[in-house]
Ligand binder design. Structure first.
Ligand code: ZN
Ligand code: ZN
Length: 178
C-alpha cells in the first residue's frame, strides 16, 4: 500500500481540552487486505469514521468506529463474497515529551507516534478489520464449495462424482432390529 493514499490524523492539532472528549467524523481510506493469497477490497474504499479523542495528559485515548464492506473471493468456491463489518477500536497513543531545546533552536514538531507525529488511521483501521475477520470468508454460510474431483461449483451443479462415504450411513447398514 502506498502511503500517500492513506489517511492520517494530527492529534496535536486538535483543539482538545485535557480530559474533555472531542467527537468528530472523518473520511478514512481503507487499503486492501491480502488474505490467503487473495486481494480483498473495501467497497467503497473510504469509510466515514466517528473519531473520539481525549487528551489524557501523557497522550491521547482515541476511539474509532466505522461500517465497511469487504469484497473478494469465497474461500470454498472462489465466487464473489462480501462481508459487512461494524468496526470499533480504541487505543492509547503516548505523547512523547518534546526534546529539550537549546536557546535559539528552532521549534521541532513533537513526535508521539511513529509516522512523523501523525496517527495513521488507515493502518489502524486495516489492522482492526484483519482482527475481526471470521476464520473463512464465504459467499454464503453453507457454501458447498468446489468438487474435489471435477472442480465443479457444487452450489450450481450437481456433478455425478462419487460422494465421500457417509460413516453414519455405514453404521445404519449394520443395525438390525432385535
Ligand atoms: Zn462459496
Ligand atoms: Zn464433481
Amino acid at each position: 500500500m502506498s502511503d500517500h493514499t492513506l489517511t492520517s490524523l494530527d492529534l496535536s492539532a486538535l483543539p482538545l481540552e485535557p480530559g474533555d472528549p472531542m467527537v468528530f467524523e472523518m473520511e478514512v481510506r481503507l487499503p486492501p487486505l491480502h488474505l490467503a493469497g487473495q486481494d480483498y477490497v473495501f467497497v467503497p474504499d473510504v469509510a466515514t469514521a466517528v473519531i473520539k479523542a481525549i487528551d489524557v495528559g501523557r497522550g491521547y485515548t482515541v476511539n474509532m468506529s466505522f461500517l465497511c464492506r469487504l469484497e473478494g473471493a469465497c474461500w470454498r468456491c472462489l465466487e464473489p463474497a462480501a462481508l459487512d463489518l461494524d468496526v470499533t477500536v480504541e487505543d492509547f497513543f503516548e505523547a512523547e515529551l518534546p526534546p529539550v531545546k537549546e536557546i535559539g533552536e528552532e521549534d521541532e514538531p513533537t513526535l508521539w507516534y511513529k509516522e512523523g507525529g501523525m496517527l495513521n488511521l488507515s493502518r489502524w483501521a486495516h489492522d482492526a478489520v484483519a482482527e475481526l475477520l471470521p476464520p473463512k470468508i464465504l459467499c454464503q454460510s453453507d457454501c458447498k464449495g468446489l468438487c474435489h474431483l471435477c472442480g465443479g461449483n457444487r452450489n450450481l451443479v450437481e456433478c455425478s462424482c462419487e460422494p465421500p462415504a457417509d460413516f453414519r450411513w455405514e453404521k445404519l447398514k449394520d443395525w438390525k432390529p432385535e
